[in-house]
Design a binder for this molecule. Structure first.
Ligand code: ADP
Length: 973
């Protein structure tokens, strides 16, 4: 179905937009709707735009663009301009149709004018805007201040006549309507109604003439102007004619003679009466509202009496029962000097009147409100720069200035100096951006006293959107403020809580003025109460602006939510824990110096870091058990030593416990628990077997330090586990070795004892048969010398010397086995005496050998005498014995006190000993010579050594073959 058919069928105003060409197709009804002949012109974006009411163009274009881009279908109300210039409200619905290549937008207009009008009529000022032929203008006079006064409102009629839209006319001076300055003044003074015909230029530049009737509304500052377009004023008859239809003016005539009344059709219409009804003078009056009947009747009588014209405005009640305001103008019909009737007009002024009445009503309300405000509030109006234009009586009263002293000044006049620059900066920022500012201000009156006002400043915006003046509404809150201050003072004096709480505390009001500052705050922040109370916090702490403190406090105020945070205040180098609580009056802030705690936390962190490094550096397995958290940290050593994962693990004790050897587990765990429970114990040491990840057990020592809180409760244990398996193994093998040695020593002792026993027994028991052999050999020699030949005698000689030698050996053996066995009783031994008696004993031998034995001042020493004498005798005997054959022996004996021991030296000038024999000579039966050269058994030095060993001393020698030998020995004191 094409558009035309559709339109015919539905009687709808349809249109189409060809998206490719941008041309519109309108159905005939659309043209009709706009008061045009069908297809009167071609429609494109431009022509359509002109037909859309200016205020709606942007909205329409936006919706159209959106839909063309694939957005939702169009559904909006807009105003179209008819050919007559009238506005018609239509609802537009439009949707995209067609294929992708040939898309078109199809729309439908529905006339919603009536609906819109109805809506508009609901609003007071919109009603003024209704289809009134008059131009209506409301002027704001600003109390006769002409340069500020201007047009506050115009209706549609005004636009129609002058071509100016509301947005263009608003704020314009009266000059555009009234040329004459004098008349303008008169109008704006607002003292009396002014009626004037004024010529003006329409927006389009055309000449027009308007008859203005300006009426000051009772409200101060407003003037209502009603304008009638008299540009093309016609003759009175024509006007009457036009008026009858256009302005709904009917005519009437009352004939006193016939008592009949003639009504024109319009008059019938106004009364909503059937044309068949014939009104008479009596009944005509009954159409008026009862309140008006008498007044009108009297007016008529009076007019008739004086043959004078008159007019009035009154409401009639129509036949249908509707109330309608009419304006009646009456002229007397005089015949021969007598009034025989009246004729005149009756005009429907209902809409105008209702508007006027309502306006009056709302102006009255406004005035009441203004009066009430004027009575209670302190008011001031300033210009954009803050210069005071007007103040009310209350302002003068509280500030104690005369009105004249205030006007033209700024509020600096009453500045108390109490609020800082930041306060006023914020104040001006707020109001100059067009926002309402509210707050408490302290002002100074003329006599120097202070007063507090709760202030609301409302900016009035000009056409440019910038404030052109400000209205300040203030209420006196001095008493409350004083009460608040008193309350705080009382609090300070009587309530020790705010002062005695450990926390620092201060309070600010909503202007950030500090109202309270307790002692702790003084202490922590180093600022006395007197320095800050009454000041704006951010003026005093300007360095805290935009810090976390600033943002958090503002957040608390804006959201009404309490906030807590930790922050570092750089200038004082303090860590603070802060809680801010919003209240009705402002913000209460509690804070505490937590610098110590923070420092501790930081050092703890650092020490942990250090600790971690240590764990990496040491061979031990380091562990750190946080008892509160139930976490244990296992250092790298646990990996390297035992193959366990290092790092933090939960439920510390279990992991550890299960790895302890079952035999060690109970004791180890118990001793640890006891250590933790003992409030005074600082260390814990345990040795146990610890299972490695491969299942093998390692011997470990576990040393730890127990860290406790002030009450002694264990908080943390830090320990080191060392693997002592190798040491343990060493210890074990050492122990085994010792055991073997001990056994060996015991065996040796036993065999020695046995040997000694044997030597003793042998030497002792052998002596007897030897003596027998010797004595029988002697008998044989004695008794049978004669019977035996030389050979036999020689044999007997061999046997005797063998027996003798054997006797010597046995004696020496006995001596050896006896040596080293002596009582440990100590004797005072005078070594000089020992030497003397030796020389006496060997006197013969010494003489034979021409030997010389020297010694000087030998000491008296405390020792066991027998072994020492045996030692000296044997060494001295050797020195005498092993001398050179042609050199007499020369022997020197010396004894030195060497603190802990005595050092003996026996030096000779004998044959000497080769170095390789130095050790051999001390061994039993070992000798370097055969018996033919030097006699001996090889036992002497063995006995010496045995005795010296027994005394805990040692013996050594120095010798040179052919020069001599020195035997040295030392025995402990
Ligand atoms: P002997 O009974 O042979 O003297 P000793 O045990 O007293 O046995 O001495 C061992 C050996 O040491 C001697 O045979 C001798 O060769 C050597 N000897 C001991 N004292 C001296 C000395 N003063 N000068 C040289 N040789 C000595």
């Amino acid at each position: 179905m094409d558009l035309k058919h559709f339109e015919e069928l539905t009687q709808t105003a349809v249109w189409e937009l060809d998206i490719e060409t941008g041309y519109f197709h309108w159905s005939d009804r659309v043209f009709e709707m706009l008061g045009e002949l069908p297809r009167a012109f071609q429609i494109n974006q431009g022509t359509l735009q002109n037909r859309i009411f200016e205020d709606d163009r942007f909205r329409w274009q936006k919706a159209l663009d959106l839909t063309l881009k694939g957005g939702p279908e169009i559904n909006l109300d807009k105003r179209l301009l008819k050919s007559s210039g009238d506005i018609i409200w239509v609802n537009v619905r439009a949707k995209l149709h067609g294929s992708e290549e040939k898309k078109k937008l199809v729309g439908v207009y529905t006339d919603v004018n009536d609906e819109k009008q109805r809506q508009r009529n609901l609003h007071l000022l919109e009603r003024v805007n209704a289809n009134v032929e008059y131009a209506i203008v409301i002027l704001e006079t600003m109390h006769g201040k002409y340069h500020d006064s201007g047009i506050a409102y115009i209706n549609q009629g005004f636009s129609k006549i002058t071509g100016y839209a509301f947005s263009e006319a608003k704020g314009q001076a009266l000059d555009i309507l009234v040329e004459n300055t004098k008349i303008r003044r008169k109008v704006l003074q607002g003292k009396e109604p002014v009626t004037i015909d004024c010529a003006m230029k329409t927006k389009q530049g055309a000449h027009c003439k308007i008859r203005w009737s300006f009426t000051p509304l009772e409200a101060e500052g407003l003037v209502l102007g009603l304008g009638l377009d008299i540009t093309n004023q016609k003759s009175p008859e024509m006007l009457l004619e036009d008026a009858a239809s256009a302005a709904r003016i009917g005519s009437w005539e009352a004939d006193f003679v016939t008592q009949k009344i003639y009504w024109s059709p319009t008059t019938y219409e106004l009364h909503e009466m059937e044309s068949g009804y014939i009104p008479d003078i009596k009944t005509a009056n009954t159409f008026y509202h009862p309140d008006y009947r008498d007044r009108i009747a009297k007016m008529s009588e009076n007019a008739v009496k004086k043959s004078k014209a008159f007019e009035y405005e009154a409401p009639i009640i129509t036949a249908e029962g509707n109330s309608r305001w009419v304006k009646v103008m009456a002229m007397p019909k005089v015949k021969e000097g007598a009034c025989i009737g009246l004729y005149g007009s009756i005009q429907d002024i209902h809409q105008r009147k209702v508007v006027e009445l309502e306006l009056q009503q709302s102006v009255k309300e406004l005035e009441d409100y203004k009066f009430a405000m004027d009575q209670s509030a302190i008011l001031a109006i300033t210009d954009a720069k803050g210069v005071i234009i007007d103040v009310n009586q209350n302002f003068c009263k509280i500030a104690q200035y005369e009105r004249d002293e205030i006007i033209g000044k700024t509020h600096r006049l009453i500045n108390s100096g109490y609020h800082g620059s930041a306060f006023f900066r914020e104040f001006w920022q707020t109001i100059s951006s067009g926002k309402v500012w509210k707050g408490e201000i302290k002002n100074k009156a003329k006599d120097g006293s202070y007063y507090w006002v709760y202030t609301t400043v409302v900016p009035f915006l000009g056409a440019s959107g910038k404030p052109i003046r400000y209205l300040a509404i203030r209420f006196d809150i001095t008493s409350r403020k004083v009460a608040d201050q008193n309350l705080l003072n009382t609090l300070r004096e009587k309530n020790t809580i705010l002062e005695s709480i450990g926390d620092a505390f201060f309070a600010v009001d909503y202007n950030w003025v500090v109202t309270y500052w307790n002692k702790q705050a003084e202490k922590i922040l180093g600022r006395n109460r007197s320095e800050i109370e009454g000041k704006v916090l951010w003026d005093v702490y300007a360095d805290a602006v935009d810090t976390i403190f600033y943002t958090e406090y503002h957040k608390a105020v804006e959201t009404g939510q309490q906030t807590s945070f930790e922050a570092y205040y750089e200038p004082l180098q303090l860590w603070l824990y802060v809680s801010a609580y919003p209240s009705e009056k402002g913000l209460s802030i509690y804070f505490r110096d937590i610098s110590m705690r923070k420092k501790y936390e930081i050092s703890l962190l650092e020490s942990r870091e250090r600790f971690q490094k240590v764990t990496q550096a040491t061979n031990d397995a380091i562990w750190d058990w946080d008892l509160d958290k139930g976490e244990v940290f296992w250092g790298k050593g646990f990996k390297t030593l035992f193959g366990y994962r290092s790092g933090i693990r939960k439920v510390a004790s279990k992991t550890w416990t299960s790895a302890i050897h079952p035999d060690d587990r109970e004791n180890t765990v118990k001793s640890l628990e006891t250590a933790i429970d003992n409030l005074k114990q600082k260390n814990y040491l345990a040795e146990y077997r610890f299972q490695k990840s491969d299942g093998a057990y390692a011997y470990v020592t576990d040393r730890s330090v127990i860290i406790r809180d002030t009450e002694g409760k264990a908080k943390r244990l830090v320990g080191a586990v060392s693997d002592i398996t190798i040491r343990k193994e060493h210890e074990e093998s050492l122990r085994k070795l010792n055991l073997q040695l001990e056994r060996r020593a015991a065996e040796l002792e036993r065999s020695n004892a046995e040997l000694e026993q044997f030597a003793f027994v042998a030497s002792h028991d052998l002596q007897e048969p030897l003596r027998m052999i010797t004595s029988f050999l002697q008998q044989l020699e004695k008794k049978y010398t004669s019977q035996l030949d030389d050979k036999a005698m020689q044999y007997i000689g061999f046997a005797s010397s063998g027996a003798k030698r054997m006797k010597e050996i046995i004696a020496d053996l006995l001596a050896f086995s006896r040596s080293g066995r002596f009582d440990s009783d100590l004797d005072e031994v005078n070594l000089n005496e020992v030497m003397n008696s030796y020389k006496l004993l060997r006197d013969q031998l010494i003489k034979e050998k021409k030997a010389e034995i020297s010694y000087e001042n030998l000491p008296v020493i405390k020792t066991t005498q027998a072994p020492l004498i045996q030692i000296l005798h044997n060494i001295l005997d050797n020195a005498l014995k092993y001398c050179k054959s042609n050199v007499p022996p020369c022997i020197n004996v010396s004894v030195k006190d060497e603190n802990n021991y005595w050092l003996f030296a026996v030096a000779d000038n004998g044959i000497g000993i080769r170095k390789e024999y130095f050790q051999k000579i001390f061994v039993i039966f070992q000798r370097l010579h055969n018996r033919d050269e030097y006699s001996g058994t090889g036992m002497g030095l063995a006995i010496v050594k045995k005795n010296i060993d027994q005394l805990g001393g040692e013996i050594w020698l120095e010798s040179e073959v052919g020069v001599g030998t020195t035997f040295s020995f030392k025995i402990p004191k």
